[in-house]
Design a protein around this ligand. Structure first.
Ligand code: SF4
Length: 320
């Protein structure tokens, strides 16, 4: 099994070299949107998977090969085909990778974060993302389909505790699913939790790859905008992960590209779009062109006009 893959362009982490420390599909959840497929047997007991020395050997080889091509690596990221904290030796593996001198990230579903040893392992990383798809037990149950022993209250208090203790950068990720966790009350409850937990940065995503359950899809732009606004009002910095990140990365330069790149991450108020156009010595015809081509959407929210890049629902890998 290839342990190291990429690097993949990630807006959050730059050129992120992925580490698959868990073979498919050992997980404590069976999310309806999982791109790895259904979890046949959910697991809760942490156990050793791959030896830290083997992880280090394969990651080092990959980093050397990437550098030999004249490319760079910005982050080493644990983003396996399962839940990384199920690996009993995660802390050891992070420590072993330190000799490569690169910052380390872990993308976790946070389901085991109520355990002190899991928080300890995660605290070795520089950047941690925790999955919070819902703070409402019934919704969590439907979206994440957790192992029967797990309790959402334990997970949420574990996240709060980790947020207090962790010295690195903690972010959250929420996958929005149409009709499941994208309602106003869901988003308000999530926003309140973020505020209480002190999580300063939240990422909102939609499914991009074929989900474990057919028919599961992300909401449309107006609902994504609504979720963005609700979270923002709680002082949370919210970014959208609703595009293939490589595409967002590639933009820059001319005005249409700039509008698309920014509105892929932050819905743009009309006044901001006008200011951007003015600065570039252009008029709103550029925006009209993007609307006509279908790349941009104009939306009304609470009496204000926003522009959002049309959501991409490609099948490309957006795990990071
Ligand atoms: S999306 Fe992540 S947490 Fe959910 S079932 Fe798949 S691997 Fe597990």
């Amino acid at each position: 099994m290839d342990i190291a893959f990429g690097p993949i362009p990630s807006r959050r982490l730059g050129r992120s070299l992925g580490i698959n420390n868990i073979p498919p599909k050992h997980c404590s959840y069976s999310c309806v949107y999982c791109q790895v497929g259904p979890t046949h047997e959910e697991e809760l007991i942490r156990r050793p998977f791959l030896a830290p020395a083997e992880i280090l050997r394969q990651v080092r080889a990959r980093v050397d090969a990437v550098r030999a091509r004249g490319e760079t690596v910005d982050y080493l990221t644990f983003v396996p085909d399962g839940e990384p904290t199920l690996d009993f030796r995660l802390a050891e593996s992070i420590d072993a990778l330190r000799e490569l001198g690169l910052p380390i990230a872990v993308i976790s579903n946070a389901s085991l974060i109520w355990q002190a040893e899991v928080r300890e392992a995660l605290s070795r990383a520089d950047w941690v993302s925790v999955k919070i798809d819902s703070v409402l037990p019934a919704v969590w149950d439907r979206v994440n389909r957790p192992h029967g022993v797990l309790r959402l209250a334990d997970i949420l208090s574990g996240i709060k505790r980790f947020a207090r203790e962790f010295e690195g950068q903690l972010v959250s990720e929420t996958m929005l699913i149409a009709g499941m966790n994208d309602g106003i009350e869901d988003c308000r409850a999530l926003a309140r939790f973020m505020g209480e937990a002190g999580i300063g940065r939240a990422y909102l995503a939609i499914p991009h790859r074929p989900p474990a359950v057919s028919g599961i899809r992300g909401p449309d732009e107006s609902v994504v905008l609504q979720a963005h606004q609700i979270l923002s009002t709680q002082g949370v910095e919210v970014e959208l992960l609703t595009q293939y990140e490589g595409d967002v990365f590639a933009f820059g330069g001319d005005l249409p590209a700039e509008i698309l790149a920014i509105s892929a991450v932050h819905p743009l108020r009309e006044s901001v779009v006008r200011a951007l156009a003015e600065k570039a010595g252009a008029g709103m015809e550029v925006v009209e062109g993007l609307l006509a081509s279908g790349d941009l959407r104009r939306l009304e929210h609470e009496g204000e006009t926003f522009y959002l890049r049309r959501l991409s629902r490609s099948n490309r890998d957006t795990r990071q």
